[in-house]
Design a protein around this ligand. Structure first.
Ligand code: G
Ligand code: G
Ligand code: MN
Ligand code: NA
Length: 250
């Protein structure tokens, strides 16, 4: 397709970039890290969502080279942040069923000189369900070299809660669909409350995603949620702007 050709060209020409969305302490808004989010604007097709081009790259078999490019860029940027800030990076489903993923990720960040203990990889429930056995192995390998792993979009996939025990996650990211309803819909509030209680018992950290209003943030704080991200705190910005945000709070 036209998009596929343009994407292949963009990867070779190094035109796919990475932006960074702040992840903050909900108590005081202090930045704790950033989530890397891929961005691509084609000259003719305009801006294309990673929600479209990442699955396309997976389907057509060039997700590995795309991920390598993106992770390299993200780590090169994050290397210059204060060492207490982490980088969160999304792994695609194809990478969770690839036994070479841990090795590949480590190779990239070692080359860049980025500390694996500052890297967090986000995986979705749907991704781990493709082949849970291989996925569990990939997660364990990542953990064994100090990389942290978080479960993204929690509450929306079709996996069972038992997966939280089978996989060595560090964190759970509460999906934005719950956060967007949290001040309007009691059932969303109850679900978030339950997720927080469960994660505390399982010793998992929690990030609430998609926080857009001060009311949502206040409700999350009231429920005991400590960390979050969303447009209230900032959209994904380029590397230079992310550095400005970091410097502004020092
Ligand atoms: O940033 P945005 O809302 O447009 O992202 C849309 C989707 O694309 C989200 O599900 C997000 O996790 C995913 N995504 C963004 N950047 C990356 C990336 O670098 N790798 C992978 N695998 N997914 C990404
Ligand atoms: O699947 P994942 O959670 O990685 O996707 C993150 C996506 O959510 C990105 O596309 C990002 O741009 C988007 N996003 C981040 N914060 C907000 C927010 O506050 N509101 C909305 N609607 N989208 C957000
Ligand atoms: Mn994510
Ligand atoms: Na998410």
């Amino acid at each position: 397709t036209q998009v596929e050709q343009a994407l292949r060209r963009a990867i070779i020409a190094d035109e796919v970039s990475v932006h960074f969305q702040p992840i903050v302490n909900l108590a005081d808004g202090a930045i704790q890290g950033f989530e890397a989010l891929a961005r691509w604007t084609d000259r003719e097709l305009g801006s294309i969502s990673p929600g479209l081009f990442i699955p396309l790259a997976e389907e057509r078999g060039f997700i590995d080279s795309l991920t390598e490019t993106l992770l390299k860029k993200a780590a090169e940027t994050a290397k210059h942040w204060p060492s207490d800030l982490f980088l969160s990076f999304n792994l695609s489903s194809a990478q969770l069923v690839d036994p070479a993923t841990a090795f590949n990720v480590l190779a990239v960040i070692n080359r860049v000189g980025f500390d694996p203990r500052r890297l967090e990889l986000e995986i979705t429930e749907t991704a781990m369900m493709t082949d849970p056995e291989v996925a569990a192995k990939v997660v364990n390998e990542l953990r064994s070299v100090g990389i942290r792993v978080s479960l993204d979009d929690f509450g929306t996939g079709q996996s069972s809660l038992g997966r939280l025990r089978d996989f060595a996650f560090n964190k759970v990211k509460i999906d934005q669909s719950f956060v967007s309803e949290i001040t309007m819909d009691k059932s969303a509030e109850h679900i978030v409350r339950a997720i927080l209680a469960m994660c505390e018992g399982l010793n998992l950290k929690v990030i609430a995603e998609g926080i857009e209003t001060e009311e949502q943030a206040a409700k999350l704080r009231e429920l005991g949620c400590k960390t979050g991200q969303g447009w209230l705190y900032g959209k994904a910005v380029d590397a230079a702007t992310a550095m400005d945000l970091i410097e502004a709070q020092e």
